[in-house]
Structures are given as structure tokens and as C-alpha cells.
Write a protein that binds this ligand. Sequence first.
Ligand code: CP
Length: 302
Amino acid sequence: MKKIENLLTIEELSNEQINHLIEKSIYFKNNKTIIPKLKKDIFIANLFFENSTRTHKSFEVAEKMLGFKSIEFQTETSSIQKGETLYDTVLTLGSINISGLVIRHPDKEYYKELLQSKNIKSKIINAGDGVGEHPTQSLLDLMTIYENFKTFKEIKVAICGDLKHSRVAHSNMKILKRLGAKVYFAGPKEWFENNYNDYGEYKTIDEIINKVDVLMLLRVQNERHTDRLNNSINYLEEFGLNISRYNRLKEGSIIMHPCPVNRNVEIESSLIESEKSKLLEQMTNGLYMRIAILYELFKDEF
Ligand code: CP
């Protein structure tokens, strides 16, 4: 298997690499006492230019569990406030012996400029690039689906909601199709873009609710909207998971959501911790998937 050097998009990973990361993360989850430790000091910095709870903190815990020296980077007190560019920040951190950078940034494909430079030596892990991609979330979602169904072939997945602004949707639609799942989309039609037809079919949530194995809900990303929905729309009743739709879900089906949730918008509050919900499991899986990712990127150092 080809070594993983950086993790920028889900598409750059082969099926073999993805399956390996899933196996490894499940193994670490089930064998917590044998998580490997680095043989020497390696520094990693977490650069979050957009807010995060799950991704940021699970990377921090994963780094500590593997024995990395984690460096927190505060955008508000850094030289970014004096006009330093992302490129210059990354160049600086590489020059002071920081070998890995976990970066969330509002610019789509922010990493492209960084990769062009021979002077940037730190490994880069994309923790979300604007409306682009969120590969580590996608991997933990795949882990969660695999844990439940032991395959992706012919698994029916409906990705529902704010498709246009969701990097989780953009990563997942591509990879789920490649792995053999059958993808459907639901939600406000104005957030369905034509190119999504390459990955799956648009249906209303009521047309597919009783057919899917995985109902993958998306957060309504109000902070990215330039085209807000009409205020008179009751999102939960039109597009979300309410109790009557929950009762129509297939036996054995699961509910997913990358979180944070807008309670009573994408999902009725009382369903967040319901029997079919895997929302908390996804968060736990995020930790073990990030351990597996860091382990693979720095494999020679363990
Ligand atoms: N799912 C996810 O990326 O959550 P955070 O924004 O809290 O990291």
C-alpha cells in the first residue's frame, strides 16, 4: 500500500488506503491499551481558523494518546493579526521543527498553494477547507457505516439537507459512490447542484425515508448562506427528521449527522440520542480514526 504523506481530500486516497484506515481505527477502538507511542519527540500544531469542537479536540486527544507534542495555535494572538499569510505561517511553523499541521481554514483548497512550495516540509492534514472537503469527517463516517453494515456495497445512503454548503456532503457523496453504496439526496431543491447527479439521485425525504439504510443529516450552515431559505418554511417539518419520519425508518437503519446539530431543525431534539442515532458513536469514532490517520502519516516514527 502506498504511504499517505498528507491528507487533503478523500478522493486522493485509494480504496485500499481507506479500508486500511477503517480496519486500523476499529482495531484501535477495540484495543485501547495497545495504542502505539512515538519513539521520539514530534511536534504537531493545530491551526483552526474556523470554529470547531469535535475535530479540534479529538485531534488534540489523538495526538496526546500517540505521544505527540501538541502545539496550540491561537489565530487571535498570532501574527496573522499583523497580516501574515497562511503560507508564511506554515513556512514559519515548519522552520521551528513542527512536523505536522492540522488546518481548518475558510478558503476552499487552501492547501494547494502550500503544496507548491518545496520549502514547506510539515505534513498537512485538512480539517476542513471552507465549502470544499472534510476528509477526516468522511473517514469517520465511513468507519461508522462499516462498523454497522460490514460493507458499503449496495448500502442505501440518503444525504439530506444543506448539500450546497456542506463539505461533509461533498466528501461523502464521492467516496460512498466509489465504494459501491447507493447514494440519494434530499433537502431543499435550491441546495441541490447539478453535478450531484453524478453521484446519486434526488428524492424528497418522504420518498426515501423507509428505503434507506443510512439517513445522513447535514447541519444547516447559516454562517455560509448568501441565499437563505424563505423564513416562513418550517425546516423540520419540510426536510428534517421528525418523530413521524423516524417511525417510518427501516429496521436496522441508522441516523448520522456530523454535528453540531441545530436542534429541532435538521432533527427533532428527542431523536438525537434515540436508538437508531449514531451521532455520539461518530464522535467517538472520530477520535480513533484520527489516531489511525496520525499513525499512518508518521508510521516510521513509532
Ligand atoms: N463535525 C465537525 O467537523 O464538527 P466540529 O465543527 O465541531 O469540528
